[in-house]
Design a protein around this ligand. Structure first.
Ligand SMILES: *[C@@H]1O[C@H](CO)[C@@H](O)[C@H](O)[C@H]1NC(C)=O
Ligand SMILES: *[C@@H]1O[C@H](CO)[C@@H](O)[C@H](O)[C@H]1NC(C)=O
Ligand SMILES: *[C@@H]1O[C@H](CO)[C@@H](O)[C@H](O)[C@H]1NC(C)=O
Ligand SMILES: *[C@@H]1O[C@H](CO)[C@@H](O)[C@H](O)[C@H]1NC(C)=O
Ligand SMILES: *[C@@H]1O[C@H](CO)[C@@H](O)[C@H](O)[C@H]1NC(C)=O
Length: 464
């Protein structure tokens, strides 16, 4: 029988397979901070994200009811945060139960709440009462969620890179002694038991110096050689991620997923803030966005796609600190992109689009993968470690800033921004995108297998 027909069939099938394999399965998340007096109403934000962008998940620094309502009936996943100041109380079962009843129950399921983060950067806060109660609060909250029937809502907590020490080279990294046995191991155990991710906030931005600018921005550079692994790191981002991974592996917890709860770059700063520019922000965030959608991974986690939340959705004019702090947004309050990192839906329909719109991520071809090399002196990187964003004051008015820098590791990009505003005792959140992306990938693989089988069958049928 017609070999022509079978050839055509095969070509069609192969094309379909190819399309399936190349389709992105994971989109990008953003931190929706609200420290600003000129932001659009949450309902407009929800509509904008849903119809105009490929952003498919948001993380809040609180559990803002208006935002939670606004994202009802959208496909956008939401992570909410328990305020730092609420942590000690949350250990009490009745308090956790009430928190869930007040902040989750009214919105779930219409609002796709996938994760609750308990506090924000607590280890860095140096507030003992928060640190010692962190894991107990996470467990208590998890239990309250399960008891309320919200079994698929994950519980985690974001960390600065201060939880890791000796991070240079990445192969030498270990969790910080002192916190490791008291907090980190119990936390990892909890995360493993509840199939929840470790959330980290890697900020090469805070490690920026002119001498390592290309290394920070994924541009061609000489790289930094790790003697132990014989790996040359081409970006600080990869080095940070692998330092975390190495720390997990050293204590046999490398099976836990890593979520990038915050990363970003300021697009404008004061004259002395040389790191800040639209070009740099676009280069950094564009590459981060690629890593959230393409199987690039890191040297120790090849092809890994990380669920990622860029900081931040909007420029926020009420953030304290210099100009740079107010300019981390991907968008201006009028929804104009500050720069484009390929997260706009193509075709920008002006009418309200339906589900029909295909999302397309334009990948930023204009940025190199960061593979070339340059050398960076790590020291420079460390000098600036002390910078930090100012963190938010929590509701209770206690400022959580954590910026004391400690050591010199290049990973010590441990600074943090202030995120307040949004909330009540702020916290960040993340979503269980992992489960979703795994499911999506599984579906893709199943479809792939089905296609292969049908190809084989059709060839067989055609030939007989
Ligand atoms: C979500 O959709 C449901 C069903 O259409 C509707 O009843 C509900 O009011 C919507 N929720 C919100 C918050 O709009
Ligand atoms: C969806 O896309 C199809 C094909 O492009 C188009 O014909 C159809 O009108 C769209 N449906 C909606 C609801 O837009
Ligand atoms: C890092 O410190 C150097 C020297 O202090 C300064 O010139 C540079 O601007 C700093 N980098 C950032 C990102 O602030
Ligand atoms: C927060 O501030 C209040 C009042 O300043 C203080 O009493 C309280 O101890 C602080 N809480 C923490 C955790 O620092
Ligand atoms: C950084 O490390 C160097 C070398 O280890 C040390 O001499 C220097 O004091 C450290 N700097 C800081 C700020 O700790």
């Amino acid at each position: 029988m017609s070999t022509t027909r079978s050839k055509t069939t095969i070509i069609l099938l192969l094309s379909t397979i190819f399309l399936h394999l190349t389709a992105s399965t994971t989109a990008i998340g953003v931190n929706y901070g609200t420290l600003s007096d000129n932001l659009p109403p949450p309902t407009k934000v929800a509509e904008f994200l849903q119809t105009k962008t490929t952003i498919d998940r948001i993380k809040l620094f609180d559990a803002n009811p208006e935002i939670l309502r606004a994202f009802a009936n959208t496909s956008i996943s939401v992570t909410v945060t328990v305020g730092n100041g609420d942590i000690p109380g949350m250990v009490e079962a009745s308090t956790a139960q009430k928190w869930v009843a007040d902040n989750i129950a009214p919105y779930y399921l219409e609002t796709k709440i996938i994760r609750v983060t308990v506090g924000n950067e607590i280890l860095k806060s140096a507030v003992k009462n928060w640190i010692v109660n962190l894991v107990p609060a996470m467990k208590s909250l998890h239990k309250a969620l399960v008891n309320a029937g919200f079994k698929d809502i994950q519980v985690s907590t974001p960390h600065t890179l201060s939880l890791v020490e000796h991070s240079e080279p990445p192969s030498a990294a270990r969790f910080r002694v002192g916190y490791d046995k008291q907090v980190i191991i119990p936390m990892l155990q909890f995360l493993r038991e509840t199939k929840s991710p470790l959330m980290i906030n890697p900020y090469p931005y805070f490690g920026w110096a002119q001498s390592v600018s290309d290394y920070c921005l994924f541009k061609p550079n000489k790289g930094i050689y790790d003697e132990n692994t014989k790996i040359t790191y081409m970006s600080m981002f990869d080095a940070i991620m692998d330092a975390v991974y190495t720390s997990m592996k050293a204590i046999d917890y490398d099976d836990i997923e890593i979520v990038i709860a915050e990363t970003g770059w300021s697009s404008a700063g004061d004259p002395e803030e040389a790191a800040c520019s639209v070009e740099n922000a676009k280069a950094f965030n564009g590459n981060v966005a690629r890593r959230a959608t393409e199987s690039i991974g890191t040297p120790l986690m090849p092809k890994k796609i990380f669920e990622t939340y860029i900081f931040a959705l909007f420029n926020e004019n009420l953030k304290s600190g210099g100009t740079s702090e107010k300019n981390f947004g991907l968008f201006k309050p009028d929804f104009t992109p500050v720069y484009d990192i390929g997260i706009m839906k193509t075709g920008q329909q002006q009418d309200s689009e339906k589900e029909n719109t295909t999302q397309t991520n334009e990948n930023m071809d204009d940025f190199g993968d960061g593979n070339m090399a340059e050398t960076n002196e790590n020291k420079d990187v460390t000098e600036n470690n002390t910078q930090t964003h100012k963190k938010n004051t929590d509701m209770s008015g206690n400022t959580t800033r954590t910026e004391e820098n400690k050591e010199n590791t290049s990973v010590s990009v441990t600074r943090t921004h202030e995120h307040s505003g949004v909330s009540v005792n702020q916290t960040k959140e993340d979503t269980g995108v992992d489960a979703k992306s795994i499911a999506t990938r599984l579906i893709s693989y199943c479809q792939y297998i089905v296609y292969i089988l049908s190809t084989v069958i059709s060839i067989y049928v055609t030939m007989h």
